[in-house]
Design a protein around this ligand. Structure first.
Ligand code: ZN
Length: 196
């Protein structure tokens, strides 16, 4: 029965052509209202019942469905990526809200996967950050100012640690700076002496 939608067949006795993974387009995409429209007026009053059946079917076949979806995605990378891009473009607000919720509910998981991604894509991430900073100078400076103002203690502690761990580098940098800015440094020192 691979060519018919099994939820439709098993739950509603409807013979609907399968679209993917043994489900019709609507069962697959989880939009029961469309399935009902397709069945006609008579079934419209069973909307809740149909949605229920679909939920139950999905719950009872989680592993099977997840497996088939994984396989389908692996075999249709370009197509899937395309349809995702299209969906994101058409549902920006919805997607952003979903992402916010997901991040709030999975902080540890998200942080973990970010760490992993950064570790595995150092060059790519660095290039992206350089580009972002170059294109958003004002925004970046603003958010740095705000961060420093809100985290004075943390920033001071970080700077102390950084100075302690990079003594040689900093001394080097200072020597170079002095050598390259003799005039400026002399003027600054003079000013400091005159101002007590
Ligand atoms: Zn169906």
């Amino acid at each position: 029965m691979a060519d018919l939608c099994s939820p439709c067949l098993e739950r509603l006795g409807r013979r609907v052509a399968a679209y993917r993974l043994g489900m019709c387009r609507d069962c697959f995409s989880g939009k029961p209202s469309k399935s009902i429209e397709q069945f006609g007026e008579g079934d419209f009053k069973n909307r809740e019942k149909v949605a229920d059946s679909q939920r139950r079917y999905r719950a009872e076949n989680r592993e099977k469905l997840a497996d088939s979806q994984r396989r389908y995605k692996a075999e249709n990378r370009e197509k899937v990526a395309d349809s995702q891009r299209r969906y994101y473009a058409e549902n920006r607000e919805k997607v952003a809200a979903y992402q916010r919720r997901y991040k709030a509910e999975n902080r540890e998981k998200v942080a973990d996967s970010q760490r992993r991604y950064k570790a595995e894509n150092r060059e790519k991430v660095a290039a992206y950050q350089r580009r972002y900073k170059a294109e958003n100078r004002e925004k970046v400076a603003d958010s740095q100012r705000r961060y420093r103002a809100e985290n004075r203690e943390k920033v001071a502690a970080y700077q102390r640690r950084y100075r302690a761990e990079n003594r040689e580098k900093l001394a080097d940098y200072q020597r170079r700076y002095y050598a390259e800015n003799r005039e400026k440094v002399a003027a600054y020192k003079l000013g400091a002496v005159e101002n007590g």
